[in-house]
Ligand binder design. Structure first.
Ligand code: ADP
Length: 250
């Protein structure tokens, strides 16, 4: 398969309402795909189906061409554990353990999920903290770090499991612009390193500069998609035009 990750005809229903309505979307290996759209349009729900944090009501997810739930509707716990390692995720809220230091947070993920030794996990953790520019914060607790630093620690924690694909759900929306910029810089480097990324975002500049593919969702469907600059600068659909006018304040 030419896709690292693919949603095929995915529908997610909540109480009879289709939050995601028969969406198909493929992300090529090494590609950055950004999803934009109004609040409540199903972006986050679609993103979460890629690692089965959200079960699709129908349709399927393929990772490297293989269905995540082969031959049955409910994934087995062992399949889920494998999937959560292959498909890493970074949330709007950082979800770090408050009583653990930055390094311990990154180590715990590895010792628990991968069974790595503490020494191995520590070494990898230090390397990753350096990669996100936070080697000086190794022994700090989350409360001693800014929101931007906490998000970078959360990214390092996800990377510690050696994911093949990274999902980002509005990773900067809880942050002040300058702290968000630090996180976007880390994401940009990750993209440059060849990571396959699916990013729900309201950062239009990031979407235009970093993403190779842009998807506009509204009311649970993909309204328009394509090259980010084309979609952002000359949207073809009225709903896209209206959304972009509102975002740009014009
Ligand atoms: P977006 O990410 O585009 O803001 P969401 O995917 O979060 O949109 O939500 C899409 C729709 O699904 C919304 O109407 C939301 O209220 C609904 N929804 C999301 N998660 C749940 C849930 N766990 N239970 C019920 N409804 C949900």
């Amino acid at each position: 398969s030419r896709y690292a990750a693919e949603a095929q005809n995915v529908t997610v229903e909540f109480h009879g309402h289709k939050a995601v309505d028969n969406v198909s979307l493929g992300i090529a290996k090494g590609e950055v795909c950004a999803i934009i759209g109004p609040s409540g349009s199903g972006k986050s729900t679609l993103l979460r189906t890629f690692n089965h944090l959200q079960e699709p009501t129908s349709g399927q997810i393929l990772i490297n061409g293989r269905p995540t739930v082969p031959g049955s509707r409910k994934p087995k716990p062992a399949d889920l554990m494998q999937l959560r390692r292959t498909v890493g995720m970074c949330f709007q809220s950082f979800n770090l353990f408050p009583h653990l230091t930055a390094l311990e947070n990154i180590m715990l993920a590895q010792t628990k999920a991968l069974g790595r030794s503490k020494d191995e996990a520590r070494e990898r953790g230090r390397h990753l903290l350096e990669r996100v520019g936070l080697e000086a914060k190794a022994n700090a607790r989350p409360s001693q770090c800014s929101g931007g630093q906490q998000q970078r620690i959360a990214i390092a924690r996800a990377l510690a499991l050696d994911p093949e694909i990274m999902l980002f759900d509005e990773p900067t929306s809880a942050l002040d612009p300058e702290l968000g910029a630090e996180v976007l810089a880390v994401m940009r480097e990750l993209a440059d390193s060849g990571m396959t990324m699916l990013v729900v975002t309201h950062e239009m500049n990031f979407a235009e500069d970093v993403a190779e593919h842009l998807v506009f969702m509204a009311d649970g469907v993909i309204v328009e998609q394509g090259d980010p600059s084309s979609v952002l600068r000359s949207p073809q659909q009225e709903r896209t035009q209206k959304f972009l006018r509102a975002v740009n304040g014009r």
